[in-house]
Design a protein around this ligand. Sequence first.
Ligand code: ADE
Ligand code: ZN
Length: 324
Amino acid sequence: MNEFICGMPKAELHVHIEGTLEPQLMVAIAERNKIKLPYKSVEDVRRAYTFEDLSSFLEIYYSGIQVLLTEQDFYEITWNYLKKASSQHIRHTEMFFDPQAHITRGISFESVFIGILGAMMDGEKKLGISARLIMCFQRCMSVASAMEALLLSLPYREWIIGVGLDSYEVGYPPKKFASVFARARQEGFLTVAHAGEEGPSEYIWQALHYLKALRIDHGTACIQDMQLVALLKAESIPLTVCPLSNIKLHIFDSLKMHPLKKMLDMGLHVTINSDDPAYFGGYINENLLAVQEALRLDHNDIYRLARNSFQATFQTAKEKMTLL
Ligand code: ADE
Ligand code: ZN
């Protein structure tokens, strides 16, 4: 089973590039950029990675991001992730990045974007991995700030496949961003949104209705609402579930309590993803191995998860054929 899981081709649809910053690389980049970290060593960084909830994680995550200043820094984190992804037989990845977390620190959109794009091109050429970018708006920031990020992205429009919504969830309903998402759709971006991670199922309804989200990131709260489950099934809306993230952020008490198997059995289009692998203790294979064991998934379940991941990509039917 383990060989089957690790060796099978798969797609990853929910990974934050900034969340792939491994402690070792964080320390190396901080040294290069002459930034003083609040940690004494790589082990010290790892020890800081215990979280009570999404908010306590995001504080550490945004603080880690501060080391990223130059195009080279963005190239390196992306390249590191793509090497790891390729070693785990990920054929295609759709990666989030958080431009507002960088432009508000005075870093140009261009440096962030060009660094990431350079690694994506090298990934395609040297590793044979196809990669796409999704730009996330931070729901805790203003609509004006999200619109500013959207306008800055327009010169790079052809390289960014979609927009998403992330960051602190409870108290920040998706509805607020309806106008930004409408503009993004007009510009040709596809749309996704984090919803129902820590927040209620109502936020999933809102993401579908007001943002016209084509995929829901996390979305595990849907199981509290059978009408919503029926809609997600009828419309075949993919849910990009991140099991190790959910446990680290105490969304569920243990993997045995995770609703993934229930969601699969209800016929929902679920996929497995790593979210912020450097912070949550595992990339996609570690997530798959952990849920397989905890929930006693069989070969059929695992195969479905991999097949779902390819079906849920934003690749065209023709492009999907070349991934397998
Ligand atoms: N940004 C990075 N990881 C996130 C998560 N799990 N939820 C919301 N925003 C995020
Ligand atoms: Zn996420």
